[in-house]
Write a new protein. Structure first.
Length: 229
């Protein structure tokens, strides 16, 4: 399987960077108490910070809102997923644990102020293209709705679109039966390449500490537009 970054995105934002982590032989289960505790503590600390600071003042969220507008979408109507998480926490509507892969994915997203996605590799058919979507692009999302993705960065395989920094689809969701997965890190465009690599590698290391298995990673950018998994 090849994952390719489409030129349409690079023409709008030449500094865009997408981290990819490929996991094999992982075991997904109920989150260990350490992860549950860390997730809860982070949300509680963030809630108090949000009493003094608005969601859109956080640098990562601010940067993704700017990119959202560049791509042609309205961040006040279709918010980047990390912003949606922060707004939930501001209302003390904390995220409850689901399973280890999703919980850690959410922790990474909140901790680094960036959208994240994780997908079951066995549910993806053919190559994957990361591109800007049209008015017709839509799928049934994890939010329980049919989501239209016009002007939103989207991942698409042979069957159709399945992921984005807005909301992911039900079709490719990771479950406790997943053993091979890949994680998409929607990095801040301002983060330089070396720091991006270090961040993605550290995420892969922490993920395999909890789930076992192996992790390989790369950064898609203007100089590295595709990667074979």
């Amino acid at each position: 399987m090849i994952v390719k970054l489409d030129d349409s995105l690079l023409q709008i934002e030449p500094t865009i960077k997408i981290g990819i982590i490929h996991y094999t032989k992982i075991i997904v289960s109920s989150s260990p108490q350490m992860l549950k505790g860390r997730l809860q503590l982070f949300q509680e600390q963030l809630f108090f910070e949000l009493e003094e600071k608005s969601v859109t003042e956080f640098e990562g969220i601010k940067e993704w809102r700017v990119l959202w507008k560049k791509l042609g979408a309205d961040p006040n109507r279709y918010r980047p997923s990390v912003e949606a998480l922060y707004r939930r926490i501001a209302k003390q509507n904390y995220i409850t644990p689901m399973h280890s892969a999703v919980d850690l994915n959410n922790f990474f997203s909140m901790r680094y102020e960036i959208p994240m996605g994780i997908y079951d590799l066995e549910k993806i058919q053919g190559d994957v293209t990361i591109s800007l979507c049209s008015e017709e692009t839509k799928y049934e999302g994890l939010n329980g709705r049919e989501n239209k993705l016009q002007h939103i960065l989207t991942l698409e395989d042979k069957v159709g679109p399945f992921g984005s920094p807005f909301v992911d689809s039900i079709r490719t969701a990771v479950t406790e039966d997943t053993s091979n997965a890949f994680q998409i890190v929607f990095l801040r465009p301002s983060t330089d390449l070396e720091d991006s690599r270090k961040l993605v590698e550290s995420m892969g290391a922490m993920f395999t500490q909890i789930h076992g298995g192996d992790a390989l990673s790369t950064i898609l950018n203007d100089d590295n537009k595709e990667w074979r998994i």
